[in-house]
Design a protein around this ligand. Structure first.
Ligand code: PLP
Length: 368
């Protein structure tokens, strides 16, 4: 097997997901792989119910609670099925609250959540992203109203595909707000008590794909349809510390290492400042040139997924080829939108964004 570690030191991975994992986390996982916890085996090969792994699971939860200041009346679940697994788990688990769900559709992911909810609910779309002054804009809450009879209200505060972020939280006195935070969880602080349920597929800001973290208010547990599969039933999983079935232990362990790393960085407030700096640098580069453009209005520009187009899309292939050669990986935009997308989650260091901006300016100069 070849040793690629010397090469990978110098690349920056802008993949939208699965996305970059902090290098110190990968190094530690590598160091511990063959002999974890002094046991002579890897963490993947031990019982999830044994004391050593239980300690890993509990510490991961405690660290996540600390990072997000999760109130005591919320359960934290580590489940399988990723982000999409929650698109059906949410309607199935909240069914006893009624059969009406309401949705803000800001992009591809929140649209798919509607399609899944429709299998179990009457799913109403209250508003969708629209074009305002030629830019994509998400209608704010004064333009629509949550029906107090709804079982829940669902939205996605960061749409990974178009690079749209919503910087306000929808409010309702009686209807639980459910947020798909797959691509911006832990990137900035949120007040968990504003939400009934927060969920996230892990592969953007937490760790390996397949895992989903679900933070659910206790009064919303135990309301599932009777035909809800046990592994997706919040009650079953909460009663069993997310170990009703064998959990994805390696993913859980790695998520725990990422939480530890984030605490070492100073936590969510500290990383959110770096994230703001990274995004500002990149949008400034885009805005200060006619060569690049971005389609999202200022207030909805994502700090995690920065999409941009080249004025002449015949140069896209050259841009991608040369950026890849320069060690700036996975900048191709989503196949639905084309152009470029730089995903700059927590694990992307400021130097990575600086290197990208330098490359973009140099590319423009040599093409002009
Ligand atoms: C990536 C993503 C998903 C899908 O997650 P899977 O783990 O592939 O099911 C859902 N929602 C958002 C916002 C995402 O970014």
């Amino acid at each position: 097997m070849s040793n690629t570690s010397t090469i990978s030191e110098s690349v920056f991975n802008f993949s939208a997901g699965p996305a970059a994992i902090p290098r110190p986390v990968l190094k530690r996982a590598q160091d511990e792989l063959l002999n974890w916890n002094g046991q002579g085996t890897s963490v993947m090969e031990v019982s999830h119910r044994g004391k050593p792994f239980m300690a890993v699971a509990q510490k991961a939860e405690a660290d996540l609670r600390k990072l997000m200041k999760v109130p005591d009346n919320y359960k934290v679940l580590f489940l399988q099925g990723g982000g999409r697994g929650q698109f059906f788990s949410v309607p199935m688990n909240l069914a006893k609250r009624g059969d009406l769900s309401q949705h803000l559709v800001s992009g591809q992911w929140s649209q798919i959540a509607v399609a899944e909810a429709e299998k179990y609910m009457t799913a109403e779309v209250l508003a969708k992203t629209q074009t305002k002054d030629d830019k994509l804009w998400v209608p704010t809450q004064e333009h629509w109203e949550i029906n107090p009879k709804a079982a829940y209200f669902h939205y996605c505060p960061n749409e990974t595909v178009d690079g749209i972020e919503i910087n306000w939280v929808p409010k309702s006195d009686s209807v639980p707000i459910v947020a798909d935070m797959s691509s911006n969880i832990l990137s900035k602080s949120v007040d968990v008590s504003d939400f009934g349920i927060i969920y996230a597929g892990a592969q953007k800001n937490i760790g390996p794909s397949g895992l989903a973290v679900v933070i659910v208010r206790e009064d919303l547990i135990g309301l599932a349809r009777p035909d809800t599969p046990a592994v997706f039933d919040y009650q079953q999983q909460a009663n069993n510390d997310s170990m009703y079935n064998t959990p994805p232990t390696f993913a859980w362990y790695l998520a725990g290492l990422v939480f530890e790393w984030l605490l070492e960085q100073g936590g969510v407030d500290a990383i959110s400042k770096v994230n703001a700096q990274k995004a500002a640098l990149l949008y400034d580069c885009i805005d200060s040139s006619d060569f690049y453009s971005n389609k999202v209005c200022d207030e909805n520009r994502s700090k995690m997924n920065v999409c941009f187009q080249l004025a002449d899309n015949r140069l896209d292939a050259a841009f991608l080829e040369q950026s890849e050669k320069a060690g700036l990986l996975a900048l191709k935009g989503h196949r639905f939108v084309g152009g470029m997308r730089a995903s700059i989650y927590n694990a992307m260091p400021l130097e990575g964004v600086k290197a990208l901006v330098d490359f973009m300016q140099e590319f423009e100069r040599t093409q002009a």
